[in-house]
Design a binder for this molecule. Structure first.
Ligand code: PLP
Length: 371
């Protein structure tokens, strides 16, 4: 029996992408001006329920631009999760600021109780990441930020569509960033979005992300600050608009995949299923599990076994405190939860409109792989 290769993620195109893209090409607006940019930005802002959305080249640059626009610079400390995708940490480093890592809680996100303790006179911002689809305790982080007069930045790349206490992820921060990479909820190939309710901040982000050009013809080539070219193209925005029209369907698909995995894997000893919380809407950007000793095989052994059965999986992130690129400051801090996630976590195939038969196949292979 030769089974088909099962990728861990795959973009889903709904149909209008090609139509809008054709329209954009026909119009001649191929670069970063053109009607789809504004349409996509406005539709995105409306879909989240915020006043302003600024499209950018990708989420890594979105995070950089957000920190730059907030005036984060050398000597400043920014509180980040220890267990995270590295883009938000890089954004802090681009600004020559210092990332201060916080261990994970039971939702696999930054533990708010540990955040409060990590604040020093140099702390300027909390950069929260909503990892693997389960939101961080962002309501608490908002309170802590307000108490200490800090900026709150949300990296919502993995929790597009998520909510905390009924309120959309991305609306708690002073500013929030999204990614439209191919494996995210919606994709523009490469791309990202910055959202905020603050008009001044939105203007600053747009200005800095567009080279800090002057505001009229006479001042056009007079630059008052260091600018970046982080502009999205009209072609990407055309694809993004079509994707956004189907974001709710993509999310529904992800949720039912997660439900089906829960049911198929729940009885297998030694697996910890992804977190669910009463106060949060987990969007299950990926479906991640932890392999405990009881399972009888290590995370690496299980991944090898599944790979030999043509099922692709992905290990969890390596925590910040283990990254060679971050010079050790001799800190004696430990991050036991982040270490555990790194050693024991892997995620399974899950993408919009994935066939449900895949879930049974994956569950069967996992059951057979037990030691
Ligand atoms: C994907 C991702 C990013 C980076 O997004 P790009 O658009 O690829 O730059 C940043 N943060 C998180 C949490 C992500 O998952």
């Amino acid at each position: 029996m030769s089974e088909e290769f099962q990728p861990v993620a795959q973009p889903h195109l709904w149909g209008n992408e090609r139509i809008y893209l054709d329209e954009a090409l026909e119009s001649g607006w191929v670069s970063s001006r053109g009607p789809f940019i504004e349409r996509f930005e406005r539709a995105f802002a409306e879909s989240i329920g915020v006043a302003h959305a600024v499209s950018v080249t990708n989420c890594t640059n979105a995070l950089h631009l957000a920190l730059d626009a907030l005036g984060i610079g050398p000597g400043d400390e920014v509180i980040v999760p220890d267990f995270t995708m590295m883009a938000p940490v890089f954004a802090v480093l681009y600004q020559r600021a210092t990332p201060v890592p916080i261990d994970a809680d039971e939702t696999w996100n930054m533990d708010p109780d540990a955040v409060a303790v990590a604040i020093t006179p140099r702390t300027r911002a909390i950069l929260a990441v909503h990892t693997y689809g389960h939101p961080a305790r962002i309501d608490r982080l908002r309170e802590i930020a307000d108490e200490h007069n800090l900026w709150l930045v949300e990296d919502a790349a993995e929790a597009h569509g998520g909510a905390v206490l009924g309120r959309a992820v991305g609306t708690f921060g002073d500013i929030a960033c999204f990614s439209f990479y191919a494996n995210k909820l919606i994709t523009t190939g490469e791309g990202g979005m910055i959202i905020t309710n603050c008009e001044e901040l939105a203007k600053r982000v747009r200005w800095k992300g567009n080279m800090c050009f002057g505001s009229d013809e006479e001042s056009r080539y007079t630059h008052e600050s260091i600018g970046f070219n982080y502009r999205m193209t009209n072609l990407q925005a055309a694809i993004g608009l079509a994707q956004l029209e189907n974001a709710a369907a993509a999310l529904e698909s992800k949720l039912s995949i997660a439900q089906a995995y829960d049911a198929a894997l729940g009885e297998i000893p030694g697996l910890t299923l992804p977190p669910r919380s009463t106060w949060a809407k987990n969007v299950f950007w990926v479906y991640g599990v932890l392999i405990r000793d009881e399972f009888g095989r290590s995370r690496v052994e299980l991944q090898q076994r599944l790979s030999s059965r043509k099922i692709e999986t992905r290990r969890f992130f390596t925590p910040l405190h283990r990254q060679p690129v971050i010079r050790s400051n001799g800190s004696l801090l430990s991050f036991p939860n982040a270490d555990l996630l790194c050693e024991r976590g892997l995620y399974l195939p899950s993408f919009p409109c994935m066939s449900t038969s895949v879930i049974q196949r994956v569950a069967d292979e996992i059951r057979r792989a037990r030691g």
